[in-house]
Design a protein around this ligand. Structure first.
Ligand code: NAD
Length: 348
């Protein structure tokens, strides 16, 4: 089946295949849409069983980046790259150098940063081979780890959701269940604690749980019960698919909002949440802080004020989504998709 016939092909502007037998590079860069500017999105290094699987991932993820970047209101379109992890031994530096040359050959229609399986060290190698890269630790406009900014965006977004669902302007006294205390989740917990919220946390890493217990007085619960806590907010900050057929009925929170990508296992979960009167903060809207931070770096002139304004913009967008959802009686994820498509088309 050709790329054009894949079910997740969505009139992507370009799908570029790169191979380099010397370094064992096999990479796909998918450029979904550049109406709003050059395509921006991370690079994933993953062990794919087949090229079709890698292609599907690139097609899906690049489309999602168009939506995320449009909702973050940054001057970038959507793109994503996947590198098929070689099954044989490989030289990581050489691999990323070859990948950097591949990015450079696209002359700026795609700008990259790190994603799953890729570190800032890898990105430094990429930078030596292309100018179209962000999310770096050093350099004139380096923005470093985007996670704290992602956490800040989620934190502000939860205020908007709390106002909408609970009629309360702060998070004081609220009970929040956080699933996953990684880079974003832990930072979010710190902010929630400072705001007077009471935390319930789960992770598979015992060390970070002990720290949250000791430092923030968090209550540790089992990973397979975190979604079912008697709380006001459930914040998925681990892997995708937290809202699925097995978990939906157990959710007691009035708000679902967190950093994880692809929180809804399927689109109908948005309807199911709405039916249960649970306000869902569309994931790619509330977690847009990280890409905003990278965009500030890609502009070549990192300005904290610009990042701050864009984070406030995310809150306005969330507010708009919640209002339209109430008026049109449609789930928030459906409204978000529609607004994203409108923004992309308006920039054509
Ligand atoms: P991370 O890898 O640092 O943290 C993930 C955490 O989840 C880890 O502590 C891990 O142990 C834990 N975890 C894994 N399986 C779990 C389970 N079954 N139950 C509970 N905890 C579990 O990742 P991160 O950078 O904090 O990102 C978290 C999520 O947010 C991811 O889905 C990521 O794609 C998304 N996201 C991150 C950013 C960012 O800036 N880092 C931006 C946008 C979206």
């Amino acid at each position: 089946m050709s790329a054009f016939d894949r079910p997740n092909f969505d009139n992507h502007e370009g799908v570029h295949f790169f191979s380099d037998p010397v370094t064992r590079l096999k990479a796909i860069i998918a450029v979904h849409n550049t109406n709003r500017g050059p395509a921006a999105g991370g690079t994933r290094l993953w062990s794919y069983d087949t090229t079709q699987n890698a292609l599907d991932d690139a097609l899906n993820l690049s489309r999602a980046m168009s939506f995320k970047n449009a909702m973050a209101d940054i001057p970038f379109g959507g793109g994503k790259a996947v590198i098929m992890r070689p099954s044989e031994d490989f030289d990581r530096e050489q691999l990323f150098a070859a990948y950097g040359r591949a990015v450079e050959s696209l002359n700026g229609i795609y700008c990259t940063a790190e994603d799953v399986g890729v570190s800032t060290v890898d990105m430094e190698v990429v930078r030596q081979n292309t100018q179209y890269v962000g999310g770096l630790d050093s350099g004139a406009a380096a923005s470093g780890d985007p996670s704290p900014i992602t956490a800040e965006g989620v934190f502000r977004g939860l205020h908007v959701a709390t106002e909408t669902a609970l009629g309360q302007s702060d998070l004081k006294g609220l009970r929040v269940a956080v699933q996953g205390l990684g880079h974003v989740g832990y930072s979010l917990c710190e902010k929630l604690t400072a705001a007077g919220a009471r935390l319930f946390v789960a992770d598979i890493n015992q060390e970070v749980l002990r720290k949250a217990e000791q430092v923030m007085g968090a209550t540790v619960v089992s990973p397979n019960q975190i979604h079912a806590q008697d709380v006001d907010i459930f914040a998925p900050c681990a892997l995708g698919g937290a809202i699925n057929r097995d978990t939906i009925e157990d959710i007691q929170a009035r708000i679902v909002g967190g950093a994880a990508n692809n929180q809804l296992a399927s689109e109908d979960m948005g309807h199911a949440l709405r039916d249960r009167n649970i306000l869902y903060c569309p994931d790619y809207v509330i977690n847009g802080g990280g890409i905003i931070n990278v965009a500030a770096e890609l502009s070549g002139d990192y300005r904290p004020n610009w990042v701050d304004e864009k984070l406030n913009g995310l809150c306005k967008t969330l507010n708009e989504i919640f209002s339209l959802s109430a008026i049109e009686k449609e789930p928030t994820n459906v409204i978000a998709d529609r607004l994203a498509i409108e923004r992309i088309q308006a920039a054509a």
